[in-house]
Design a protein around this ligand. Structure first.
Ligand SMILES: [Zn+2]
Ligand SMILES: [Zn+2]
Length: 279
């Protein structure tokens, strides 16, 4: 299978992403968690612009990784091959290992000051809805790719496992960010297994103690295992955003793309959120 065939195979995923965003936007209008208030539609343009940029960058990266995994599979390299894990076990191993890689990448983006400069673009959204999901700086995509690609190669994630992980990852991420009211009891029960909408809302808090928790994307397992879990019920009353980044100039597409490289003034100590202070 060559690169062109792989790109063609990936295109339906892009349709699924935008289709799911449209469906969730309708659900958000019917059962919203919070009112948008003054943030209205001003975030829509920058959020969608960053979404398109991220998807365009991720496409060739994911195609390259898939081709590498197909080749590794053909030469019998990697943990999956050495342990003689079958096709279904291979998918399960890939999803679990890659979700752990994402968890590690996410923690690193909060703990390492250089990485945080890129990741904070996602956290500066003053409101959280389905358009926040892929509001990322392209630099964040590259950092995350380093973690996911190295894990995929070492475990020799099966190409099918990698495809299942990517789809599950993006669908759950869209659901987690959607501004929809999920009954607390359902969300709490679901959070025993998976990362839920109310759980991830906690991660978008302006309160750093709450931000420094609930890093997981698919499974809640790693947050529970490494004591970074905050009960999802708190997600109902979160104040979103990042102090010091609410100015209009910072919230434009150009402002968000320039944000990692912006010089921090003396008043920006709280804005920078030093890695040492992040618990
Ligand atoms: Zn984060
Ligand atoms: Zn988020």
């Amino acid at each position: 299978m060559n690169a062109t065939t792989q790109i063609q195979a990936t295109l339906p995923t892009i349709g699924i992403i935008f289709g799911t965003m449209a469906i969730l936007a309708i659900v958000e209008a019917v059962v919203p968690l919070h009112s948008r208030k003054r943030w209205g539609r001003t975030r829509l343009g920058p959020n969608l612009a960053l979404t398109v940029i991220t998807i365009l960058i991720n496409l060739p990266l994911n195609v390259a990784l898939t081709l590498a995994l197909i080749w590794l599979d053909s030469i019998g390299f990697g943990l999956r091959q050495w342990l003689r894990i079958g096709p279904i076990g291979g998918v399960a191993l890939a999803v679990l290992a890659l979700d752990f890689a994402f968890y590690m990448a996410h923690v690193a983006m909060h703990k390492i000051a250089l990485f945080w400069r890129f990741h904070r673009v996602h956290h500066t959204d003053p409101f959280v809805d389905v358009t926040t999901t892929i509001r990322q700086h392209p630099g964040e995509g590259l950092i995350r790719y380093l973690f996911v690609a190295s894990t995929a190669i070492v475990t020799c994630a099966s190409p099918l496992g990698f495809a299942v992980y990517r789809l599950w990852f993006v669908l759950n991420a869209l659901l987690e960010h959607a501004n929809l009211r999920v009954p607390t009891r359902i969300d709490t029960i679901a959070s025993l297994m998976v990362s839920t909408p109310n759980m991830h809302k906690v991660h978008h808090s302006r309160n750093q103690r709450e931000t420094d928790s609930n890093y997981g994307n698919i499974f809640s397992l790693f947050d529970r295992l490494f004591s970074t879990f905050t009960p999802s019920i708190l997600g109902m009353r979160i104040e979103y955003g990042l102090d010091g980044h609410d100015a209009h100039e910072a919230q434009t597409t150009a402002g968000l793309l320039a944000m990692p490289f912006a010089k921090q003034g003396p008043s920006a100590v709280a804005v920078e959120r030093p890695a040492t202070a992040r618990g």
